[in-house]
Design a protein around this ligand. Structure first.
Ligand code: GTP
Ligand code: MG
Length: 332
């Protein structure tokens, strides 16, 4: 794979992305379509995306509002191509970044052939679950796509509780079916994939076979840095962080040389991220570098800088510069 050129990442390293197979060569009845992962923050949407794609495409953390962008992951079966779309968790926004997250999630619904309303089975429905369901069926008052409720984290609760949850979540909206899974342990995923394929429309693949994601390389790298920050920091710091990759070069010795800047909102947060003698930034850099090396299958040299962008989450200009641009008309 040449860096800086292709935005389609092939699952097999060192293999060029194959051309779209001609329609005549497709098995009869081939199905394809867009499946939107929808739900409140922290229920396991990104974990589910990664489990189904078989690659860590989206970053995951125990903190709510981890995902900030629409993220595509592609699942292939002999008879189908499933385009999974991970979305930021739906919640009641408290600042412009929050508004962006919900607008970004809603925008993804436009593509939907199927919506998976993902919920956390360890708790009864919350107000945010109700909000997510309400928005979903508001967006499609007339002809909703197929919608399934997918209750995640079943590994955490006894089966009687799970049956109770199936009733509670199933009654929130007109879902075709309620399925129960554990994205973390891979439980119930075969049945989920079979259910998705049954509901997909017939048609040729949207992406070249072998595609894992359509996220640009710089975005994938910035997300690995953000994930490392989420991993090592607490309280407001994770939510105040944005990451931009400033440069990405392949050296003659095939080393991938990356410079990235971590933006925070306050000087005090900058001090936390750098840590005593730069120890914290070093730990963040090591974790991110190892993840990027794993993804690209080659050695990486990662340089990180930390800068303050005062209150960027409340400033639409700063949000846009950091890659969170709110499309006009999507904020009602
Ligand atoms: N026990 C258990 N934990 C899970 C499961 N799926 C996800 N988790 C955990 O739940 C937390 C949130 O997972 P994410 O995948 O980041 O959740 P999300 O819905 O994408 O969250 P946002 O991006 O904030 O909307 C992480 O700590 C996961 O490890 C599961 O099946 N079982
Ligand atoms: Mg997520």
């Amino acid at each position: 794979m040449r860096f800086g050129e292709s935005i389609l990442l092939s699952q097999q390293e060192n293999q060029s992305v194959p051309d779209l197979i001609p329609e005549t060569a497709l098995p009869e009845g081939f199905r394809s379509g867009f499946v939107i992962l929808w739900g409140r923050p922290n229920v396991g949407k990104s974990t589910l995306l990664n489990a189904l794609v078989g690659e860590k495409t989206a970053i995951v953390s125990p903190k709510p509002q981890t995902t900030r962008n629409r993220i595509v992951g592609v699942v292939e079966r002999p008879n189908a191509q499933i385009i999974l779309v991970d979305t930021p968790g739906v919640h009641q926004p408290r600042h412009q970044l929050g508004e962006y997250l919900v607008a970004e999630a809603k925008r993804s619904l436009n593509d939907a052939d199927i919506v998976l309303f993902v919920a956390d089975a360890t708790q009864p429905p919350t107000d945010e679950d109700r909000l997510a369901v309400q928005i979903l069926f508001q967006v499609f008052p007339k002809a909703p796509p197929d919608a399934f409720a997918v209750l995640n984290k079943k590994d955490q609760i006894p089966s009687e509780t799970l049956r109770q949850r199936e009733k509670e979540f199933g009654s929130l909206g007109p879902f075709q079916r309620v399925l129960t899974i554990s994205a973390l342990y891979g439980d119930g995923l075969d049945e989920l994939v079979a259910t998705i394929i049954d509901s997909l429309p017939e048609g040729p693949p949207y992406y070249p076979l072998g595609t894992v994601t359509d996220q640009p390389e710089k975005f994938l790298i910035a997300e690995r840095v953000r994930e490392a920050v989420l991993h090592y920091t607490r309280d407001e710091v994770p939510h105040s962080v944005a990451v931009l990759v400033d440069s990405l070069e392949e050296t003659r010795s095939h080393l991938l040389s990356i410079r990235a800047t971590i933006f925070v909102e306050k000087e005090s947060q900058k001090a936390i991220l750098i840590g005593q003698g730069g120890q914290m930034l070093k730990k963040i850099g090591t974790m991110a570098r190892e993840e990027v090396e794993r993804w690209f299958g080659r050695k990486v040299f990662l340089q990180l800088w930390v800068k303050v962008a005062h209150n960027w989450r409340k400033d639409s200009g700063a949000l846009a510069r950091l890659g969170y641009r709110i499309p006009k008309g999507d904020l009602q």
